[in-house]
Each structure stands twice: as structure tokens, then as C-alpha cells.
Write a protein that binds this ligand. Structure first.
Ligand code: SF4
Length: 295
């Protein structure tokens, strides 16, 4: 059985070479760009906050425990990394505003789960897996009793309606959740904006964006994701000498690729042994770990 994530499907669709680095060679940068570091820490602190709400603590107590966790993460950071230190300071200011803005979350929603693994079959012997950041049940309003998934996104700008329609993550998540038996009404991007602005109001910083894809689009996205997953599966079980690792080499794919230095060096047939040791490390793969213990 193979387990596959939205990120792996997107990577395969973006570039075979990138997919090879991430999922066959299983490497990742030792140090991710600042926006990824921000997202990782932000997710961790929000996971703490919503976990405490799930355990029936009130907003203030949950926020205080989340703050304790943030301070712990700060103490583990390199104090000489000025960029990161500044980012952490800005992130905390934003998160405090987030907690204030959404302090009613504890009364509007029942937190059913945090960072919950959801799986669904996407092809023969292939399971799609995702970690839902937060699963909530509406306690009030027109959707009372409905269940939603929130996926935190730390963004420079809020996604436009067109961005949302072009993003296949929400459709895959809702389809997988429904196939898993979870009666999910919606998957929302819980957007937290970090663009520097003069006196931003909360609505400039925080927005929950709903899924805009139609049912037909969701079905087609799921079907095509299954086809990509099958390609990956067939590559995995085939003789590795036939593995496709062709480079996409397009500006949109390469500009933000974590492997561009390595990829370009290999393209020029330059030695990369030291670069690999200095810049890259073994990639953590929580879904694969789950598969190894449950598969
Ligand atoms: S730099 Fe471009 S071609 Fe190379 S791995 Fe990344 S996306 Fe692929």
C-alpha cells in the first residue's frame, strides 16, 4: 500500500525532478525560507491553542498555553539568526491579534480534532492522506451541527476567488474527508496575512476562505489526482532505471523550488556531494511513518 499527500501529487504535477528529490531521494533543505519557517511555527502554535480549546479550556487559558509554547520555540531558535528573530516577533504580534479577533471560536464551534489524519482510497493500493489542521462543529447559526475542516495558511495576500478555484487542495480534502466517512460540509482556508501594512484592521489580516469549486470540479480533480497517484505508484514499483526524473525547467516551477541550486549543479554535471551535505538533510515524512506503522 502506498500513501500519498496533496503535496506529493502537486510536486509530481509540477516537476518530475523535484518529486524525485522530495519523495524518492527523500531530501529537504536544512534551512527553509522564512515564509516556510513562519508557517511551520504558526501551525504549531495554533495547534496548541485549538488543542487546549478541544480540552475545554477557555479562550484566555488556551491562548496563554499557546504563548508558553511559542516562548519555548523562541528559546530553541538561534539568537544570531536576526531575520528569524524579527519574523518571530512579528508572528507573535499577528497571532495575538488572531486570538483576539477569533476569541469567539470557543463559543461558536466545538473543536472536534486538531491535526487529525484522514485517509481515503484514491486508487488500487493507493491511499490519499491528509492532516486536517482543525475539525470543527458549528454550535450556532445556519450551519449548526455541520462539520468543517480548517487549513491554516500564512499568506502575503489573501487568495482571490480565481486563486481559490485554481487551488486543488480544498477539493481533494473535502472529497477525502467525505470518503473517509466524515460528514464534512466545507473545507476553509484559515488565512493569516503577514504583509507589512500601516495600522491593519483585523479584516486586513484574517479571512476564512470557503471552497469555491463545484461538485463536478471536485470529482474531476479527485479523478485526475488519482491518475497522478497511479503514475507515481507505477514508477515506484517499476525498475528505478526507468523512473522519470525529467526537469520541467520553467520559471513558475523553478523560481520557488527548494532544490534549484542542486538541480542546476547536476544539470551542469558539477560535483554536488558537499552541497548535498551542507544544504540538505533527510526529509521528515509523517504520512510515510504512519504507513509504516499501520500499513
Ligand atoms: S529547479 Fe525546476 S527543474 Fe529543477 S527540480 Fe526544481 S522545479 Fe524541477
Amino acid at each position: 500500500m502506498m500513501i500519498i499527500s496533496n503535496t506529493e501529487i502537486t510536486s509530481k504535477n509540477t516537476c518530475d525532478k523535484q518529486h524525485d528529490y522530495m519523495y524518492n531521494q527523500e531530501i529537504e533543505p536544512r534551512k527553509y525560507p522564512l515564509h516556510i519557517q513562519r508557517g511551520t511555527i504558526g501551525h504549531e502554535v495554533l495547534a496548541q491553542y485549538y488543542s487546549y480549546l478541544k480540552d475545554n479550556l477557555n479562550h484566555t487559558a488556551a491562548r496563554d498555553f499557546a504563548q508558553d509554547h511559542f516562548v519555548l520555540l523562541v528559546t530553541q531558535s538561534d539568537p544570531n539568526d536576526t531575520e528569524r528573530t524579527i519574523m518571530l516577533g512579528e508572528l507573535w504580534t499577528t497571532l495575538m491579534q488572531y486570538f483576539d479577533f477569533y476569541q469567539d471560536d470557543s463559543t461558536k464551534y466545538k473543536i472536534l480534532d486538531v491535526e487529525q489524519l484522514i485517509t481515503a482510497e484514491i486508487g488500487p493500493d493507493i491511499t490519499f492522506g491528509l492532516y486536517a489542521d482543525v475539525i470543527v462543529e458549528h454550535l450556532t447559526g445556519q450551519y449548526r451541527g455541520s462539520v468543517d475542516i480548517w487549513d491554516h495558511k500564512f499568506v502575503t495576500n489573501f487568495k482571490s476567488p480565481e486563486d481559490l478555484r485554481l487551488d486543488a487542495q480544498q477539493p481533494k480534502y473535502i472529497k477525502a474527508a467525505q470518503l473517509s466517512g466524515l460528514p464534512v460540509r466545507a473545507v476553509e482556508f484559515n488565512q493569516i496575512r503577514h504583509r507589512k501594512m500601516k495600522n491593519p484592521s483585523p479584516s486586513d489580516l484574517f479571512r476564512r476562505a470557503p471552497l469555491l469549486s463545484s461538485k463536478t470540479m471536485i470529482e474531476n480533480i479527485w479523478k485526475e489526482a488519482g491518475e497522478t497517484a497511479t503514475d507515481i505508484y507505477l514508477d515506484k514499483i517499476a525498475d528505478t532505471q526507468f523512473l522519470s526524473t525529467r526537469r520541467t525547467l520553467s520559471y513558475s516551477a523553478c523560481k520557488f523550488c527548494f532544490f534549484k541550486d542542486l538541480c542546476m549543479a547536476e544539470l551542469g554535471e558539477e560535483p554536488t556531494e558537499i552541497m548535498r551535505q551542507v544544504q540538505y538533510q533527510k526529509r521528515k515524512r509523517p504520512l510515510k511513518d504512519w504507513m509504516l506503522t499501520n500499513g
